[in-house]
Structure formats: C-alpha cells, structure tokens
Design a protein around this ligand. Structure first.
Ligand code: GLY
Length: 331
C-alpha cells in the first residue's frame, strides 16, 4: 500500500490548489468508538434510516442461529419490498425514461459472490443476485438476461413504479429545461448496504439500490460491482458503500476499506481513509455524498462519510440504534 494520505497532506494540497473552501475536520475525538473483541454475539450494520427495519429482520435470522448470508439477504429484502423507501427496489425512483432499474450484489464468507444490474420488474434483486451466486458459476447478470434468469427461477415479474415515484419523476421532467442535455437535481442515492457477522464469526454483505434518481437509461452504479459497492473477505472484514456510485467505483471503495483493515486499520480508520481518497481525487472539494460502513472479524464496526447527514443503523450488543456517521468535510 502506498503512503497514507494524511490530514496534513490534504490541508497542504488544498492550500496550494487554492480550494480551501472546505476544511478537513479533526476527527481524533471520533476514533475512540468502543469496539470490543468478537464475543460470539452477532453484529449487523447497514446504511441509512431504512437500515433500522432491515437490521431487525437480519438480527431475527442471526439470533435464531442463522448465517450472516441469510441475514443480509433477508435484511435488505425489507427495504427492497417497502414502497416508502424510494431508493431501493419496489417504489424506487425511476431513470430518465420513467423505468425503475435495479442493481444488487451479495457476497458470503466463502468468498463467493453474485450480482445483478439494470434489472427491471423484479422486486427483490438481492435474492436474484444470490441465485446467480449459488446456481451459476457466473458473478453478474444484467438487463434482459438477468430478468429471464430471475423468471426461470420463479421470481414474479411486476411493475415497480409506484404512483408516488411516478409523480416525483413527472415533477423532475417538468423542471427540466429544453436547453439542458441531462441535468438531474442533486438527489441522495440512499442505497442499502449491509454487512453482518454471525455467531460463528462469519461475515457476509449485501448491497441493493434503484441507483441515482432519473439517471440515464442503462446507467449502473457501484452497488452491483463486487469490491465497489460491497466486499467481504472472511479473514479480514466486510464493507459496503452508499452515495454517488461513480466515485466509489473509481477508488474500488469497499475493497479498499477491507484492504485497509487487512493492513491493520480499525474499521473506523479504514472507512475514513477510503473517504479521504475520494476527497483527494476531488481536490478537497467534493460536492456530493459518499459513505462507507465496515465490520471486522472481531465484530468491531466503523462508518464514515464525506459530508454531514449520513446515518447508519447498528445492531450491536442487543440494541438496534440509528447513528450519525462521522463526516470528514465541513463548509
Ligand atoms: N450508490 C448507488 C448508486 O450510485 O447507484
């Protein structure tokens, strides 16, 4: 691994480039998150407020002795099936054409992985991704092929565009200027990423999303890309990402977080370093949000975001809590 980009380097770089409108926060006080060694007690961490209900479903699996792989699938199924969660699965915001297209990936402790991208008309893409992992020797299926595969495995085809999502899309279309090529408003990509450790100490991860609202038809983000939106190495740890997928892809974000843990960082440090990489690529002035969550083999957790506003749900020591993520940039 190359020299770690320190906060001092960052401040120097932004001062030289004259882009010091944002400053890096002093996070020393945040790095003391209590993370005891793995006690055999399962832990689940997931992104955003909708992670709370997803965590409950995941912990139900884990507390009855189930595997982390079953837990992450059943957990994120909750967000996928909830029409009020407008960034994942059924009820997700559509692309520029008004079509809901879904991306998802799953990875288990054996290092096997499955993913689907640009999948339409199937409510639970994570379960299709799991079928790809378990029933084929492929990792990813996309578009029409993914849909055919899903139907062949008994998934029901259904319209995923709810009235609420259609209305937001129509409002977006009305707000577009004739002079613009493609100018979406800034929307959070509130993907659900979840990583979990079960009673046996095995790690799994899942990530599922409808992606960027009103995206160009055919756009695929980080969520279905193994190592970008989510990654698991059962010897080391697991990580997942949310936010602007393009930027997570460019740093192989979740793989980077896991590699950081492999080289000795705590999950918190590992997430922060990955966020710093993205900030550095944008010369200290990112105008978007990205965030990472992570767990290591001991059941220690971490979470970090570029900007204020990121929340994560943590099921730890018998309690499911919604937490504000540490953020590295402030105006
Ligand atoms: N992080 C989700 C996406 O950009 O599609």
């Amino acid at each position: 691994m190359g020299k770690k980009f320190t906060r001092r380097d960052f401040i120097k770089a932004t001062a030289v480039a004259g882009v010091a409108a944002y400053t890096l926060r002093d996070l020393s006080s945040f790095n003391t998150m209590a993370s005891p060694g793995f006690s055999g007690e399962p832990v689940v961490i997931s992104t955003w407020e909708h992670g709370m209900a997803a965590n409950e479903a995941a912990m139900k699996v884990l507390s009855s002795g189930g595997s982390s792989l079953d837990a992450v699938e059943k957990g994120v199924n909750v967000s996928e099936s909830d029409p009020e969660v407008m960034s994942v699965g059924y009820g997700g915001r559509p692309d520029e054409n008004g079509t809901v297209t879904l991306d998802a990936s799953i990875m288990g402790p054996d290092g096997n992985a499955g993913a689907v991208a640009f999948l339409q008309n199937i409510k639970n893409p994570i379960s299709v991704a799991r079928k790809v992992m378990e029933e084929t020797d492929h990792v990813m299926l996309v578009g029409e092929g993914a849909l055919r595969f899903a139907k062949a495995h008994g998934f029901k085809e259904e319209d995923l565009l709810t009235d609420k999502a259609r209305e937001t899309w129509l409002r977006w279309k009305q707000g577009m200027s004739d002079d613009d090529d493609w100018l979406p408003p800034r929307e959070d990509h509130d993907t659900i990423g979840m990583v979990a450790i079960d009673a046996e100490g095995n790690l799994s991860g899942a990530c599922t999303t409808s992606g960027l609202a009103y995206k160009i038809h055919g756009r695929v983000g980080d969520s279905p890309l193994i190592g970008a939106g989510m990654y698991v190495d059962n010897e080391v740890g697991a990580a997942a990402a949310t936010g602007k997928g393009e930027e997570v892809i460019k740093v192989c974000g979740s793989f980077l977080v896991v590699e950081n843990m492999r080289h000795g960082m705590s999950p918190q440090e590992a997430c922060e370093e990955a966020v710093e990489r993205i900030i550095k690529r944008h010369k200290g002035k990112p105008d978007f949000q990205d965030a990472f969550i992570a767990l290591n083999k001991k059941g220690e957790y971490g979470a970090a975001a570029i900007q204020q506003g990121f929340q994560y749900a943590l099921y730890f020591k018998g309690e499911n809590t919604l937490n504000n993520g540490n953020f590295l940039m402030e105006e």
